[in-house]
Design a protein. Structure first.
Length: 228
């Protein structure tokens, strides 16, 4: 499981980011003080990605970034309300890989995280392209293209993993517990309602009538099934 170090002092933002990154399959370790982050630099540089606020208690994110770069080239993504061009340039010159101004769109944050953490997930075949109705899904790029309209959609890592699982088991019922165990593991505790929300998204994208699904079926009391 990829490890992310989140260095952010705004409690509500910490909870939002941590919750959604964990749903996407990441392990998230949080620091809410710049000085403590520097004190724990050896732990931080063991992460696969550092998400770093600029305005932190005691020591700024810019100084934390300097300290990180003295020890490691771990990818660094700045989050900051300081979104002026000069601030972004300064952060990038310090060695950050990306800079996302606040407020930001959560989906954009997740996509930037995915771009900064190379996927080593052996369950995804980088060359595989599959089709549901008029929609073509490329697992290597996370993209879906509608052959009728030309419209495109970009999936999150978790959505692609779930779609891959459905294709591997198409025509078979997959229990909620199996999905939770295989995609979220034992370290995270989402509910079956979380899976229901993904199914609702898939139906909106793939079904002509989401209320009468042709592809993505819920089997009451058991789980879900993809029929092609």
């Amino acid at each position: 499981m990829p490890k992310i170090c989140l260095i952010e002092d705004e409690e509500s933002l910490v909870e939002l980011i941590k919750f959604n990154l964990e749903l996407e399959g990441y392990s998230v370790n949080v620091f809410q003080n710049g000085q403590r982050a520097i004190d724990e630099i050896d732990e931080i540089i063991e992460s696969d990605l550092v998400i770093l606020d600029v305005m932190l208690p005691e020591v700024s994110g810019f100084d934390v970034c300097k300290s990180i770069r003295n020890h490691s080239q771990v990818p660094v993504l700045f989050l900051s309300a300081k979104g002026m061009a000069a601030d972004r340039i300064h952060g990038l010159r310090l060695g950050a890989n990306d800079y996302l101004p606040k407020p930001f769109d959560l989906e954009e944050l997740i996509l930037r995280v995915q771009n900064l953490i190379p996927s080593n997930d052996s369950t995804l075949n980088a060359a595989e392209v599959v089709v549901i109705g008029s929609k073509k899904i490329d697992f290597s790029t996370y993209e879906m293209t509608d052959s009728k309209t030309g419209n495109q959609h970009l999936f999150s890592k978790r959505e692609i993993e779930l779609l891959k699982l459905f294709f591997e088991s198409k025509g078979q019922v997959i229990s909620r517990d199996e999905i939770l165990d295989r995609l979220w593991g034992k370290e995270n505790f989402p509910t079956s309602r979380t899976i229901d929300n993904y199914i609702l998204v898939f139906r909106k994208l793939f079904e002509e009538n989401p209320r009468q699904p042709k592809y993505f079926h819920s089997i009451r009391g058991v789980g879900y099934k993809l029929t092609l």
